[in-house]
Write a protein that binds this ligand. Structure first.
Ligand SMILES: Cc1ncc(COP(=O)(O)O)c(C=O)c1O
Length: 351
């Protein structure tokens, strides 16, 4: 078999079945029933024997309106994972590396490994922030592409805006992955993307309630978007995705916006409560999850599973010893997490 494949490790995700799932940074709220019924009816009418619109024309109009840009600024992907893969595939010169700070979202590494591109991973500081000297060192390797997930996964914080722009100013094509921007009050990079020829933004519908339809969005200057669109696989956005996306992002917009508000409030409330516990360090978050550091991450992760609550164990990653990532769930799920956490802390004698 191919040598490159032998070296690859399969992408792992947390699949332990649990009653309460706070492990994948999804939106816990379903769309309202009336809207789901409307979607079901529309899906019944989809001609499944036909190919979908290869340009997703109507869906793009809806998304352009949702994000306040023009349809010509968009490239759509089967999830933003596909857009990351597309960028890593099409960037010039396979001898030039991609750079990104770590810890971060693993797809940059996974995609680079699949296509056999070199990676330069540079560490974030102790507050999970970018450091100029570390970026400079990575830039010395003549990278072709830089990825910044901001807000970052799994740390939850946003990166220093000036340092992201600095990377682009140095001539490196810079991708700002704004998967969690809907939960942040910080300024986004869309205006920069619309101005510059070497900076673009990627977004996803996965974190705001539509993970199941796989819909990622790249926002760039019109000339950049149309070049990138040439490398997109022709029918990557399925018929059902186009139909559901259109309905959900128009008639469901209010429900989505309301759910985002609730998630932010729940996040801030839960973080405030956890900050009062001495044995837990809580990191600030602009996302729909947050990170904690505890005396024994593997143990707490296991104890929560025994109680039917799944969060994501990050302890295996460099600089993430004993760190766990908690996605925000419905209010009753967050309360159950907090209640059970207190019981476990008492049982373990952690103050
Ligand atoms: C930073 C970041 N980017 C992209 C993605 C991928 O999202 P999608 O579901 O659109 O492929 C994730 C998912 O967890 C993420 O955390």
């Amino acid at each position: 078999m191919f040598e490159r494949l032998k070296k690859l490790k399969p992408y792992k995700t947390e699949t332990t079945p649990c009653k309460i799932k706070l492990s994948s940074n999804e939106n816990p709220f379903d769309l309202p029933l009336w809207l789901r019924e409307k979607i079901s009816k529309a899906i019944r009418e989809v001609p499944l024997q036909r190919y979908p619109d290869p340009h997703s024309t109507e869906l793009k109009e809806v998304i352009a309106d949702f994000y306040g840009v023009r349809p010509e600024n968009l490239v759509l992907g089967n999830g933003s994972d596909e857009l990351i893969h597309l960028l890593i595939t099409v960037a010039d010169d396979y001898n030039r590396p991609v750079i990104y700070p770590v810890p971060t979202f693993p797809m940059y590494q996974v995609s680079a490994d699949i296509v056999g591109r070199e990676k330069i991973e540079f560490p974030l500081d102790e507050n999970f922030q970018l450091k100029k000297e570390r970026i400079d060192r990575a830039l010395e390797k003549n990278p072709v592409l830089a990825f910044y997930a901001s807000p970052n996964n799994p740390t939850g914080n946003s990166f220093d805006r000036e340092l992201i722009l600095y990377t682009a100013d140095k001539g490196v094509f810079t991708v700002v992955d704004e998967a969690y921007i809907h939960f942040s009050d910080k300024e986004d990079f869309v205006n920069e993307a619309l101005k510059r020829d070497n900076l673009l933004v990627i977004r996803t519908m996965s974190k705001i309630g539509l993970a199941g339809i796989r819909l990622g969005v790249l926002i760039a200057r019109e000339d950049i978007a149309s070049e990138l669109d040439k490398a997109r696989l022709p029918f990557n956005i399925t018929y059902p995705t186009q139909v559901i996306g259109k309905i959900a992002l128009t008639e469901g917009r209010e429900a989505i916006e309301k759910s985002i508000k609730i998630i932010k409030l729940e996040r801030d409330k839960l973080i405030e409560k956890l900050k009062k516990i001495k044995s837990i360090k809580v990191y600030p978050s602009d996302a729909n999850f947050f990170l904690i550091r505890v005396p024994d991450g593997n143990l707490l992760h296991k104890k929560l599973i025994e109680r039917g609550i799944l969060i994501r164990n990050m302890s295996h990653l460099p600089n993430m010893e004993n760190c766990l990532r908690v996605s925000i769930g419905k209010p009753e799920e967050n309360s159950a997490f907090y209640r059970n956490l207190l019981k476990i802390l008492e049982e373990l004698g952690w103050e």
